[in-house]
Design a protein around this ligand. Structure first.
Ligand SMILES: Cc1ncc(COP(=O)(O)O)c(C=O)c1O
Length: 430
């Protein structure tokens, strides 16, 4: 017997009418009451979202085409995502490839989601040419959780490990490791305000260190390793936090024991952290290691020990596909180099009006910090840039100044527009 038209069917036929409730008609997310905390009313924040048009306009500074309803988002993370990926996700949001539900609604054990996570892994393996003796894990808790998971999995409480600290993130990783092993900072750039990477020859590594930890790209300070040190201990491994330059260029994975990265800069939304680990390093976790942080549990269960961040993994999969479509990481690196060159050149050619404190040879391709000679103009710079649809240019609160994060998904037009604006601003204020 055919079922009577359900509320669900009614909604599908007329999605703008929210059941038959007169207070909710024409308003899918009605605000029916104002909540209070300790008698202080909390007013709902009104957020206006532009209609999803893709009209192209010409930017008044660079003359480049720009989607009318999009800004250039220079945020350090969560960060801008490729427009085509967003539009694809939008088109698949409601009904993923005809299966009748959204990725957000799928069982993580169903064949549909398994195909999504397996493809995401296969595409990432292709992009980074990850050798078969490495496992790929999709985890939760951000890169910050890995600061603890690494020592818990790779060493015992009394084992020495070495940290090269080239910025705030490396410092945080070192401090967390102090709870679980005996880390030692063998080089710190703090006294020089984290503007350098050390020469590898001069590093006094402990020959017993179980691992040597680096942050491949310091997001706040804008210093990036262009090459990688080799651990002195033949049984030790190199471990890298690649959160802010993951998939921005080719990397020889075989040089590393572990690479880890939060997704929310270059490859997806926040909520998933990718760990690439040599398989023989798995299985030695300290007894106190929480189940969720034990790489063995995660690897044996193909990252599905518990409910994974399904939608985030799906989004990363779309980004990986897009990076492959662009020709892979060699092509992506070429684009990133070009964008960074244009921006650093503009800073260096400004006769000191703008200044980047980072040593030239280790400047990040991803995060470009800069200051104004007349620091009193910085607030105006940020405000005026925002009026021109260039957002999130304020430097991290710990260092001040400005920072332009120009990850993979930042179009060349975004950098050209910023540079044109910088020249115009200088002409008006020099
Ligand atoms: C290099 C680096 N490492 C670690 C983190 C912390 O990442 P999460 O917020 O995902 O824990 C960040 C965040 O910005 C970062 O830039």
């Amino acid at each position: 017997m055919p079922m009577a038209a359900s509320l669900h069917t009614n909604f599908l036929q007329n999605p703008n009418r929210h059941l038959n409730n007169p207070t909710t008609q024409n308003n899918v997310f009605p605000v029916t009451s104002i909540r209070t905390i300790k008698n202080t009313p909390i007013r709902p924040v009104s957020i206006k979202c532009a209609a999803p048009t893709t009209t192209q306009i010409q930017d008044r500074f660079s003359g480049q085409a720009q989607s009318q309803d999009r800004v250039f988002n220079f945020a350090a993370g969560p960060a801008t995502l490729p427009e085509n990926v967003l539009l694809r996700a939008q088109s698949e949001l409601y009904n993923w490839r005809g299966c009748g539900m959204s990725v957000m609604e799928m069982s993580h054990r169903g064949k549909e989601f398994l195909s999504i996570i397996q493809k995401a892994e296969a595409d990432l393996r292709a992009l980074l040419e990850i050798p078969p003796e490495y496992a790929v894990l999709f985890l939760q808790g951000g890169a910050t959780t890995q600061f603890a998971a690494l020592p818990l999995n790779l060493c015992n409480q009394d084992d020495p490990v070495d940290y090269v600290v080239t910025g705030s993130w490396g410092d945080k990783a070192f401090k967390e490791a102090q709870k679980y092993c005996k880390p030692n900072v063998i080089w710190s750039g703090k006294s020089e305000k984290y503007t350098k990477i050390p020469s590898f020859d001069g590093l006094e590594q402990n020959p017993q260190a179980r691992y040597l930890h680096i942050c491949a790209n310091e997001t706040i300070h804008g210093v990036e390793f262009k090459d990688y040190p080799t651990p002195k201990n033949p049984n030790g491994v190199l471990v890298a936090d690649m959160s802010s330059n993951f998939c921005s260029k080719p990397v020889d994975v075989s040089k590393f024991g572990v690479i880890y990265a939060g997704a929310q800069k270059n490859v997806g939304p926040s909520g998933v952290t990718i760990v690439i680990i040599r398989k023989d390093l798995i299985g030695n976790a300290q007894d106190v290691t929480p189940l969720m942080l034990d790489y063995k549990i995660q690897a044996e269960n193909n990252s599905l020990y518990n409910t994974p961040p399904c939608y985030c993994i799906y989004m990363c999969g779309l980004v990986f596909e897009d990076l492959l479509d662009q020709g892979g990481l060699k092509e992506v690196e070429k684009k990133n180099k070009k964008k960074a060159e244009i921006l650093y050149n503009a800073i260096d050619a400004s006769n000191g009006f703008y200044r980047c404190p980072v040593e030239k040879s280790v400047r990040s391709l991803m995060n470009v910090p800069f200051t104004l000679e007349k620091s009193e103009l910085e607030a105006d710079f940020i405000k005026e840039a925002a009026k021109e649809k260039m957002l999130q240019l304020k430097g991290h609160r710990s260092v001040g100044g400005m920072r332009a994060s120009i990850y993979n998904a930042m179009p060349l037009a975004g950098v050209e527009t910023l540079v044109a604006f910088m020249k115009d601003f200088q002409a008006r204020h020099a």
